[in-house]
Each structure stands twice: as structure tokens, then as C-alpha cells.
Write a protein that binds this ligand. Structure first.
Ligand SMILES: NC(=O)c1ccc[n+]([C@@H]2O[C@H](COP(=O)([O-])OP(=O)(O)OC[C@H]3O[C@@H](n4cnc5c(N)ncnc54)[C@H](OP(=O)(O)O)[C@@H]3O)[C@@H](O)[C@H]2O)c1
Length: 247
């Protein structure tokens, strides 16, 4: 049987790479990222020999529609799902806010995801094949932390996008988001290299520290038909971190 196709952004590293590897057992994967070598390396770890790489810098929001629609056409793809894992973080206190820093993070974390969905629901490019979208948000979307305003506002925007698209695109397409707590990736390597901080952090997670595979399994569930009646939802995967009021 022909495998369904999933576009995984951020597939060159961390949560996206884990998602690409995990989903490749059931789906054909299109891996998106900027670093060709790391994309190739993840592709070599995926199951199947027909997974493709779409190398694209998602901060270039003006050419996304053109680039993705051409890629779909050139490779005769019918894309069933989108796992939008790509993202960036920037720590900035309010005194250092600038229009440019907001623009950069919103282009990469929010606007690119919206434009990917726009292409994938366009009948001309993807013939009504899209059925499931999962945005990778963050558990900070619903909370706050010092110097996190840029990142948290971008993730709250991702969840706002998710809710409205879930209503607009039903019943054909389901749209959900996954909200991870801190897991070890390139993005969090500065935290995980500090042993004392990791120990402190581990204590605040009732279930202990998590791993990228814990997040990827949640994404797999929301992509699949097992979640066929779930749309417009945030799936928080953080080992209980954000419900923990222990002092
Ligand atoms: N790790 C955590 O604790 C954590 C917690 C909550 C939420 N998240 C979210 O999880 C997602 C994955 O993060 P991660 O922790 O796996 O980080 P990561 O290891 O740094 O991976 C980030 C991925 O995003 C891609 N990316 C970043 N900017 C891009 C751009 N302009 N164009 C194309 N691709 C771009 C990177 O591609 P290249 O390297 O090829 O450029 C890389 O594949 C992000 O949305 C992040 O906000 C992570």
C-alpha cells in the first residue's frame, strides 16, 4: 500500500528529527530544514528509501508558497500531514525589544507555518490531500518567564493560529498543537550543559525529565487517525511541569 506523506519541518535536529525518524515507520517523510548535512544524516536514519529533503529557510516567508508548491509539483506529491516542528528561541528583556527581533521570530515560528498550511490546503497544489496538522508550540504558550516575551508571544500566536484554522478547515483537516516542556536538543543545550540547573529542573517535573521521543509520540498520535475526533487542542507534554505548584 502507498504510504501517506508527512511534511516535517525542523527535521534536521531535536524534536523534528525524532519525529521524522518515528513517523518514517508508517509514513513517507519530506524533511525540511536549512542544514543539508544534518538533513541527510536524519534521512539516512529514517525507514524507507523514498523520503525527500526540501531544504528551505522558513524565515524567508515571501517565497514559501512558490518554493513548496513547486516542490510538490516537481515530485508529484500528495501531502497528508504537516508536523511543523521548526522553531527558534531568543531571550530578550523588554528594554532590548526591537521591531526586527519580533519580526524574525514571528516569521520563523508563526507566519511560515500559516503559509505552509495555505499551500497544503490549496486544491491546485495538493488536491485536498491534507488531513492533519500538528504545530509544535511550547508549554510557555500558556504561561510566562523573564526575558521570554518574544518566544512566548510567538508560541501563543501559534496556538491562536491552530484554534482558528481548526474551525475554518473542519471537517476535512484537523489542526492541533503539541506543547513540550524542556527536553534536551540543540535549542536547550545551554540549559542541559549546566548540571546544577538540570538537577533543579528535574525536581520541578513530577514525572522527571523527558526526551524528544516523548514529544514525537504525541505528534504521531495527533497526526494519525487515532485522534480523528480531536481538533483545535493543545496537547501539553511536559511531565506535569506546568501543573506543579509544589514550593
Ligand atoms: N527543546 C525544548 O525543550 C522545546 C520545548 C518547547 C518547545 N520546543 C519547540 O520545539 C521545536 C523544535 O525545537 P528543538 O528543541 O528540536 O530545537 P532544535 O534542535 O534547535 O531544532 C530546531 C529546528 O528548527 C529548524 N529551524 C530553525 N529555524 C529555521 C528556519 N529559519 N528555517 C528552517 N528551519 C529552521 C532547524 O533547522 P536547521 O538547524 O537545519 O536550520 C532545526 O531543525 C521548536 O518549535 C521549539 O520552539 C522545544
Amino acid at each position: 500500500m502507498k504510504k501517506k506523506i508527512i511534511l516535517v519541518t525542523g527535521a534536521s535536529s531535536g524534536i523534528g528529527a525524532e519525529t521524522a525518524r518515528l513517523l518514517s515507520h508508517e509514513y513517507r517523510i519530506i524533511l525540511c530544514g536549512r542544514d543539508w548535512e544534518r538533513l541527510e544524516s536524519v534521512r539516512s536514519e529514517c525507514e524507507g528509501d523514498d523520503n525527500l529533503i526540501w531544504p528551505y529557510d522558513l524565515s524567508d516567508i515571501n517565497d514559501i508558497e512558490n518554493s513548496l508548491s513547486s516542490f510538490i509539483k516537481d515530485n508529484s506529491l500528495e501531502i497528508y500531514g504537516l508536523a511543523a516542528c521548526a522553531g527558534m528561541i531568543k531571550y530578550l528583556p523588554v528594554k532590548n525589544f526591537s521591531p526586527k527581533s519580533f519580526e524574525e521570530i514571528f516569521r520563523t515560528n508563526v507566519i511560515s507555518s500559516a503559509l505552509l498550511v495555505k499551500v497544503l490546503v490549496n486544491k491546485k497544489y495538493n488536491a485536498g490531500n491534507l488531513r492533519s496538522v500538528v504545530f509544535v508550540s511550547s508549554n510557555i504558550s500558556n504561561f510566562g518567564a523573564k526575558a521570554h516575551a518574544l518566544y512566548s508571544s510567538s508560541k501563543a500566536a501559534v496556538d491562536g493560529l491552530m484554534r482558528s484554522l481548526s474551525v475554518e478547515l473542519a471537517p476535512h483537516v484537523r489542526v492541533n498543537s503539541v506543547l513540550p516542556g524542556a527536553v534536551e536538543t540543540r535549542m536547550t543545550s545551554h540549559i542541559y550543559s549546566d548540571t546544577e540547573l538540570v538537577e533543579r529542573m528535574a525536581e520541578s517535573f513530577p514525572m522527571g525529565l523527558g526526551r524528544t521521543e516523548d514529544i514525537a509520540k504525541g505528534i504521531r498520535f495527533l497526526i494519525s487517525d487515532d485522534s480523528r475526533w480531536i481538533t483545535g487542542q493543545q496537547l501539553i507534554i511536559d511531565g506535569g511541569r506546568t501543573v506543579n505548584l509544589t514550593v
